[in-house]
Write a protein that binds this ligand. Structure first.
Ligand code: ADP
Ligand code: TRP
Length: 319
Protein backbone atom coordinates (compact mmCIF):
# COMPACT_ATOMS: atom_id res chain seq x y z
CA UNK A 1 0.00 0.00 0.00
CA UNK A 2 1.24 3.50 -0.78
CA UNK A 3 1.84 5.78 2.20
CA UNK A 4 1.16 8.90 0.18
CA UNK A 5 -1.38 11.10 1.98
CA UNK A 6 -4.88 10.96 0.56
CA UNK A 7 -6.20 13.99 -1.30
CA UNK A 8 -8.85 16.10 0.39
CA UNK A 9 -10.62 18.69 -1.73
CA UNK A 10 -13.40 21.15 -1.08
CA UNK A 11 -14.58 24.61 -2.03
CA UNK A 12 -16.86 27.37 -0.84
CA UNK A 13 -18.67 29.81 -3.12
CA UNK A 14 -17.78 33.48 -2.65
CA UNK A 15 -21.41 34.52 -2.24
CA UNK A 16 -21.23 36.49 1.02
CA UNK A 17 -20.15 36.26 4.63
CA UNK A 18 -19.84 32.65 5.84
CA UNK A 19 -21.97 31.56 8.78
CA UNK A 20 -21.44 29.08 11.59
CA UNK A 21 -23.34 26.44 9.54
CA UNK A 22 -20.68 26.69 6.80
CA UNK A 23 -17.98 26.57 9.46
CA UNK A 24 -19.13 23.63 11.55
CA UNK A 25 -20.68 21.80 8.60
CA UNK A 26 -17.70 22.04 6.28
CA UNK A 27 -14.92 24.60 6.74
CA UNK A 28 -13.74 23.48 10.18
CA UNK A 29 -13.07 20.01 8.77
CA UNK A 30 -10.69 21.53 6.21
CA UNK A 31 -8.54 22.76 9.10
CA UNK A 32 -8.94 19.73 11.35
CA UNK A 33 -7.94 17.33 8.57
CA UNK A 34 -5.03 19.24 7.07
CA UNK A 35 -2.36 17.14 8.81
CA UNK A 36 -3.93 13.83 7.92
CA UNK A 37 -4.57 14.55 4.21
CA UNK A 38 -3.04 16.58 1.42
CA UNK A 39 -5.67 19.32 1.11
CA UNK A 40 -6.74 21.31 -1.96
CA UNK A 41 -9.13 24.02 -0.81
CA UNK A 42 -10.53 26.57 -3.19
CA UNK A 43 -12.75 29.57 -3.72
CA UNK A 44 -15.51 28.45 -6.12
CA UNK A 45 -15.74 31.72 -8.05
CA UNK A 46 -17.03 30.20 -11.32
CA UNK A 47 -19.83 28.55 -9.35
CA UNK A 48 -20.64 31.89 -7.72
CA UNK A 49 -20.91 33.43 -11.19
CA UNK A 50 -24.18 31.51 -11.61
CA UNK A 51 -25.74 34.00 -9.16
CA UNK A 52 -23.44 37.05 -8.90
CA UNK A 53 -23.25 39.33 -11.91
CA UNK A 54 -21.52 42.30 -10.33
CA UNK A 55 -17.75 42.29 -10.92
CA UNK A 56 -17.18 44.43 -7.84
CA UNK A 57 -19.19 42.17 -5.59
CA UNK A 58 -17.59 38.98 -6.89
CA UNK A 59 -14.10 40.47 -6.56
CA UNK A 60 -14.71 41.54 -2.96
CA UNK A 61 -16.28 38.22 -2.04
CA UNK A 62 -13.33 36.28 -3.45
CA UNK A 63 -10.91 38.25 -1.28
CA UNK A 64 -13.30 37.73 1.61
CA UNK A 65 -13.25 33.92 1.30
CA UNK A 66 -9.44 33.93 1.06
CA UNK A 67 -9.35 35.81 4.37
CA UNK A 68 -11.97 33.51 5.88
CA UNK A 69 -9.94 30.40 5.02
CA UNK A 70 -6.74 31.80 6.50
CA UNK A 71 -8.51 33.19 9.56
CA UNK A 72 -9.99 29.81 10.50
CA UNK A 73 -6.50 28.33 10.42
CA UNK A 74 -5.78 26.91 6.97
CA UNK A 75 -2.02 26.74 6.73
CA UNK A 76 -0.69 27.49 3.22
CA UNK A 77 2.39 25.38 3.97
CA UNK A 78 0.15 22.34 4.20
CA UNK A 79 -2.84 23.29 2.08
CA UNK A 80 -2.98 24.41 -1.54
CA UNK A 81 -5.36 27.34 -1.20
CA UNK A 82 -6.55 28.60 -4.58
CA UNK A 83 -9.17 30.18 -6.74
CA UNK A 84 -11.18 27.96 -9.08
CA UNK A 85 -10.75 30.36 -12.02
CA UNK A 86 -6.96 29.99 -11.73
CA UNK A 87 -7.42 26.39 -12.88
CA UNK A 88 -9.13 26.83 -16.27
CA UNK A 89 -8.48 23.15 -17.03
CA UNK A 90 -11.55 22.50 -14.88
CA UNK A 91 -13.80 24.20 -17.43
CA UNK A 92 -12.32 22.13 -20.25
CA UNK A 93 -12.86 18.92 -18.32
CA UNK A 94 -16.43 20.00 -17.56
CA UNK A 95 -17.02 20.28 -21.34
CA UNK A 96 -15.72 16.76 -21.87
CA UNK A 97 -18.04 15.53 -19.10
CA UNK A 98 -20.96 17.45 -20.62
CA UNK A 99 -20.59 15.33 -23.72
CA UNK A 100 -21.23 12.11 -21.79
CA UNK A 101 -23.98 13.55 -19.56
CA UNK A 102 -27.67 13.49 -20.46
CA UNK A 103 -30.17 16.27 -19.89
CA UNK A 104 -32.66 14.11 -17.91
CA UNK A 105 -29.86 13.12 -15.52
CA UNK A 106 -29.08 16.78 -14.73
CA UNK A 107 -32.80 17.55 -14.49
CA UNK A 108 -32.89 15.34 -11.39
CA UNK A 109 -30.53 17.65 -9.41
CA UNK A 110 -32.21 19.13 -6.29
CA UNK A 111 -30.85 22.63 -6.82
CA UNK A 112 -32.08 22.72 -10.42
CA UNK A 113 -35.50 21.32 -9.48
CA UNK A 114 -35.86 23.90 -6.68
CA UNK A 115 -35.00 26.74 -9.07
CA UNK A 116 -37.56 25.49 -11.61
CA UNK A 117 -40.19 25.02 -8.88
CA UNK A 118 -39.66 28.65 -7.85
CA UNK A 119 -40.39 29.71 -11.42
CA UNK A 120 -36.86 31.00 -12.03
CA UNK A 121 -35.41 31.27 -15.50
CA UNK A 122 -32.46 28.92 -15.07
CA UNK A 123 -29.13 29.69 -16.74
CA UNK A 124 -27.17 26.99 -18.57
CA UNK A 125 -24.46 27.47 -15.90
CA UNK A 126 -26.89 26.71 -13.08
CA UNK A 127 -28.15 23.65 -14.93
CA UNK A 128 -24.59 22.44 -15.46
CA UNK A 129 -23.44 23.30 -11.91
CA UNK A 130 -23.00 19.65 -10.84
CA UNK A 131 -20.75 18.89 -13.81
CA UNK A 132 -18.42 21.81 -13.09
CA UNK A 133 -18.28 20.56 -9.51
CA UNK A 134 -17.53 17.02 -10.69
CA UNK A 135 -14.66 18.44 -12.76
CA UNK A 136 -13.30 20.35 -9.69
CA UNK A 137 -13.19 17.14 -7.73
CA UNK A 138 -12.12 14.60 -10.35
CA UNK A 139 -9.37 16.70 -11.91
CA UNK A 140 -7.45 16.59 -8.63
CA UNK A 141 -8.03 12.87 -8.01
CA UNK A 142 -9.69 13.74 -4.71
CA UNK A 143 -10.27 10.91 -2.23
CA UNK A 144 -12.47 12.78 0.23
CA UNK A 145 -14.68 15.85 -0.05
CA UNK A 146 -15.79 17.42 3.25
CA UNK A 147 -19.15 19.20 2.82
CA UNK A 148 -22.48 19.71 4.54
CA UNK A 149 -25.40 17.36 3.89
CA UNK A 150 -26.89 19.65 1.20
CA UNK A 151 -23.92 18.90 -1.09
CA UNK A 152 -24.22 15.12 -0.87
CA UNK A 153 -26.06 14.79 -4.15
CA UNK A 154 -23.35 16.78 -5.91
CA UNK A 155 -20.69 14.33 -4.73
CA UNK A 156 -22.86 11.51 -6.07
CA UNK A 157 -22.93 13.29 -9.44
CA UNK A 158 -19.13 13.40 -9.35
CA UNK A 159 -18.95 9.67 -8.59
CA UNK A 160 -21.45 8.81 -11.32
CA UNK A 161 -19.56 10.95 -13.82
CA UNK A 162 -16.24 9.27 -12.94
CA UNK A 163 -17.81 5.85 -13.30
CA UNK A 164 -19.40 6.69 -16.62
CA UNK A 165 -16.19 8.14 -18.06
CA UNK A 166 -14.18 5.15 -16.85
CA UNK A 167 -16.70 2.76 -18.38
CA UNK A 168 -16.57 4.47 -21.77
CA UNK A 169 -12.91 5.46 -22.06
CA UNK A 170 -11.12 3.21 -19.57
CA UNK A 171 -10.02 3.61 -15.97
CA UNK A 172 -9.08 7.28 -15.47
CA UNK A 173 -10.84 8.89 -12.50
CA UNK A 174 -10.89 8.01 -8.82
CA UNK A 175 -14.29 7.78 -7.12
CA UNK A 176 -14.44 10.44 -4.37
CA UNK A 177 -16.15 9.95 -1.00
CA UNK A 178 -18.23 12.64 0.69
CA UNK A 179 -17.03 13.40 4.21
CA UNK A 180 -20.05 14.54 6.22
CA UNK A 181 -19.90 14.72 10.03
CA UNK A 182 -23.16 13.31 11.44
CA UNK A 183 -23.61 15.80 14.29
CA UNK A 184 -23.23 18.90 12.07
CA UNK A 185 -24.65 17.69 8.77
CA UNK A 186 -27.40 20.32 8.95
CA UNK A 187 -26.75 23.24 11.32
CA UNK A 188 -29.97 25.05 12.24
CA UNK A 189 -30.46 28.79 12.07
CA UNK A 190 -31.97 31.19 14.63
CA UNK A 191 -35.47 30.29 13.39
CA UNK A 192 -34.92 26.53 13.68
CA UNK A 193 -34.75 26.01 9.88
CA UNK A 194 -31.54 25.01 8.10
CA UNK A 195 -29.07 27.86 8.50
CA UNK A 196 -28.54 29.41 5.07
CA UNK A 197 -27.38 32.70 3.60
CA UNK A 198 -30.55 32.75 1.53
CA UNK A 199 -32.91 32.38 4.53
CA UNK A 200 -31.59 35.35 6.57
CA UNK A 201 -31.36 33.17 9.68
CA UNK A 202 -27.61 32.96 10.12
CA UNK A 203 -25.06 33.74 12.77
CA UNK A 204 -22.13 35.02 10.70
CA UNK A 205 -18.84 33.34 11.55
CA UNK A 206 -17.11 36.70 11.93
CA UNK A 207 -19.96 38.53 13.66
CA UNK A 208 -18.96 41.03 16.36
CA UNK A 209 -19.86 40.26 19.96
CA UNK A 210 -22.69 42.77 19.73
CA UNK A 211 -24.10 41.07 16.63
CA UNK A 212 -23.84 37.64 18.23
CA UNK A 213 -25.70 39.00 21.24
CA UNK A 214 -28.49 40.45 19.12
CA UNK A 215 -28.86 37.29 17.00
CA UNK A 216 -28.82 34.87 19.93
CA UNK A 217 -31.40 36.96 21.79
CA UNK A 218 -33.64 36.69 18.73
CA UNK A 219 -33.46 32.86 18.51
CA UNK A 220 -37.02 31.63 18.30
CA UNK A 221 -37.99 29.72 21.46
CA UNK A 222 -40.97 27.46 21.88
CA UNK A 223 -42.71 28.82 24.95
CA UNK A 224 -43.37 26.26 27.64
CA UNK A 225 -40.55 23.84 26.88
CA UNK A 226 -37.94 23.24 29.59
CA UNK A 227 -35.16 23.20 27.06
CA UNK A 228 -35.27 25.78 24.26
CA UNK A 229 -34.41 23.42 21.40
CA UNK A 230 -33.25 26.06 18.95
CA UNK A 231 -30.86 27.52 21.54
CA UNK A 232 -29.55 24.11 22.50
CA UNK A 233 -29.02 23.05 18.87
CA UNK A 234 -26.69 25.99 18.33
CA UNK A 235 -25.10 25.76 21.78
CA UNK A 236 -23.92 22.21 21.24
CA UNK A 237 -21.73 23.40 18.38
CA UNK A 238 -19.65 25.31 20.89
CA UNK A 239 -19.70 22.95 23.91
CA UNK A 240 -20.03 19.20 24.28
CA UNK A 241 -23.42 17.81 25.28
CA UNK A 242 -21.92 16.50 28.54
CA UNK A 243 -20.71 20.01 29.42
CA UNK A 244 -24.14 21.43 28.63
CA UNK A 245 -26.17 18.83 30.53
CA UNK A 246 -25.85 20.48 33.98
CA UNK A 247 -26.34 24.02 32.68
CA UNK A 248 -29.60 23.09 30.94
CA UNK A 249 -30.76 20.95 33.89
CA UNK A 250 -30.12 23.75 36.40
CA UNK A 251 -31.78 26.38 34.23
CA UNK A 252 -34.92 24.68 32.95
CA UNK A 253 -37.22 27.23 31.35
CA UNK A 254 -34.78 30.12 32.03
CA UNK A 255 -34.28 31.09 28.42
CA UNK A 256 -32.49 34.35 29.12
CA UNK A 257 -29.79 32.72 31.25
CA UNK A 258 -29.29 29.98 28.67
CA UNK A 259 -29.04 32.47 25.82
CA UNK A 260 -26.51 34.53 27.79
CA UNK A 261 -24.41 31.40 28.32
CA UNK A 262 -24.56 30.68 24.59
CA UNK A 263 -23.43 34.24 23.76
CA UNK A 264 -20.44 33.79 26.07
CA UNK A 265 -19.49 30.37 24.67
CA UNK A 266 -19.95 31.41 21.03
CA UNK A 267 -17.86 34.52 21.55
CA UNK A 268 -15.07 32.57 23.26
CA UNK A 269 -14.76 30.37 20.16
CA UNK A 270 -15.32 33.05 17.53
CA UNK A 271 -13.37 36.03 18.94
CA UNK A 272 -9.90 34.62 18.09
CA UNK A 273 -11.00 33.88 14.49
CA UNK A 274 -12.40 37.39 14.20
CA UNK A 275 -9.16 38.93 15.48
CA UNK A 276 -7.05 36.84 13.11
CA UNK A 277 -9.19 37.92 10.17
CA UNK A 278 -8.80 41.60 11.10
CA UNK A 279 -5.01 41.17 11.24
CA UNK A 280 -4.86 39.36 7.90
CA UNK A 281 -7.02 42.00 6.21
CA UNK A 282 -4.23 44.52 6.87
CA UNK A 283 -1.92 42.44 4.73
CA UNK A 284 -3.77 41.94 1.49
CA UNK A 285 -0.69 41.45 -0.68
CA UNK A 286 0.40 38.44 1.40
CA UNK A 287 -3.06 36.91 1.01
CA UNK A 288 -3.03 37.46 -2.76
CA UNK A 289 0.39 35.82 -2.98
CA UNK A 290 -0.79 32.76 -1.06
CA UNK A 291 -3.78 32.33 -3.39
CA UNK A 292 -1.65 32.82 -6.52
CA UNK A 293 0.91 30.26 -5.32
CA UNK A 294 -1.81 27.77 -4.44
CA UNK A 295 -3.27 28.29 -7.91
CA UNK A 296 0.02 27.30 -9.54
CA UNK A 297 0.21 24.09 -7.53
CA UNK A 298 -3.42 23.16 -8.23
CA UNK A 299 -3.12 24.04 -11.90
CA UNK A 300 0.00 21.95 -12.45
CA UNK A 301 -1.74 18.94 -10.98
CA UNK A 302 -4.93 19.57 -12.97
CA UNK A 303 -3.01 19.99 -16.24
CA UNK A 304 -1.54 16.48 -15.90
CA UNK A 305 -4.91 14.93 -15.30
CA UNK A 306 -6.45 16.82 -18.19
CA UNK A 307 -3.67 15.68 -20.52
CA UNK A 308 -4.34 12.07 -19.53
CA UNK A 309 -8.05 12.63 -20.17
CA UNK A 310 -7.44 14.19 -23.59
CA UNK A 311 -5.41 11.14 -24.55
CA UNK A 312 -8.16 8.83 -23.38
CA UNK A 313 -10.80 10.52 -25.51
CA UNK A 314 -8.56 10.52 -28.60
CA UNK A 315 -7.87 14.21 -29.26
CA UNK A 316 -4.09 14.05 -28.75
CA UNK A 317 -2.34 13.46 -32.08
CA UNK A 318 1.04 11.82 -32.14
CA UNK A 319 3.00 10.54 -35.08
P1 ADP B 1 -25.38 28.59 1.99
O1 ADP B 1 -26.41 27.50 1.90
O2 ADP B 1 -25.44 29.30 3.28
O3 ADP B 1 -25.37 29.49 0.79
P2 ADP B 1 -22.98 27.39 0.77
O4 ADP B 1 -23.80 26.80 -0.32
O5 ADP B 1 -22.02 28.48 0.43
O6 ADP B 1 -23.95 27.85 1.97
O7 ADP B 1 -22.18 26.20 1.47
C1 ADP B 1 -20.79 26.13 1.80
C2 ADP B 1 -20.54 24.84 2.58
O8 ADP B 1 -21.21 24.90 3.85
C3 ADP B 1 -21.06 23.58 1.89
O9 ADP B 1 -20.18 22.48 2.12
C4 ADP B 1 -22.38 23.33 2.56
O10 ADP B 1 -22.77 21.98 2.53
C5 ADP B 1 -22.08 23.78 3.98
N1 ADP B 1 -23.30 24.25 4.67
C6 ADP B 1 -24.10 25.28 4.29
N2 ADP B 1 -25.13 25.45 5.16
C7 ADP B 1 -24.97 24.49 6.11
C8 ADP B 1 -25.71 24.13 7.28
N3 ADP B 1 -26.79 24.80 7.66
N4 ADP B 1 -25.28 23.07 8.01
C9 ADP B 1 -24.17 22.37 7.65
N5 ADP B 1 -23.41 22.68 6.56
C10 ADP B 1 -23.80 23.71 5.79
N1 TRP C 1 -21.22 23.52 -4.54
C1 TRP C 1 -20.47 23.82 -3.35
C2 TRP C 1 -21.37 24.70 -2.43
O1 TRP C 1 -22.35 25.24 -2.86
C3 TRP C 1 -19.17 24.54 -3.66
C4 TRP C 1 -18.26 23.69 -4.49
C5 TRP C 1 -17.94 23.88 -5.80
C6 TRP C 1 -17.57 22.51 -4.06
N2 TRP C 1 -17.09 22.92 -6.21
C7 TRP C 1 -16.84 22.06 -5.19
C8 TRP C 1 -17.51 21.82 -2.85
C9 TRP C 1 -16.06 20.89 -5.13
C10 TRP C 1 -16.72 20.65 -2.81
C11 TRP C 1 -16.00 20.20 -3.93
O2 TRP C 1 -21.04 24.84 -1.29
Amino acid sequence: MSDKPKILLSGVKPTGAPHIGNYFGAMKQFVDLQDEYKPYIFIADYHALTTIHSAKELHQNILGVALDYLAIGLNPEKTALFKQSDVPEVAELAWIFNCITTVPYLERAHAYKDAVAKGREVSVGTFDYPILMAADILIQDADVVPVGQDQKQHIEYARDTAEKFNRIFGETFKLPEAFILPNVEVVKGIDGQKMSKSYGNTIPLFASRGEIQKLVMSIVTDSGADIPQNVYAIHKLFKSESELAKLYEDNKGKYKILKEALIEDADTTLAPLRRRRQELAKNQSTVLKIVAEGGKVARARAAKKLEETRRKIGVVLES
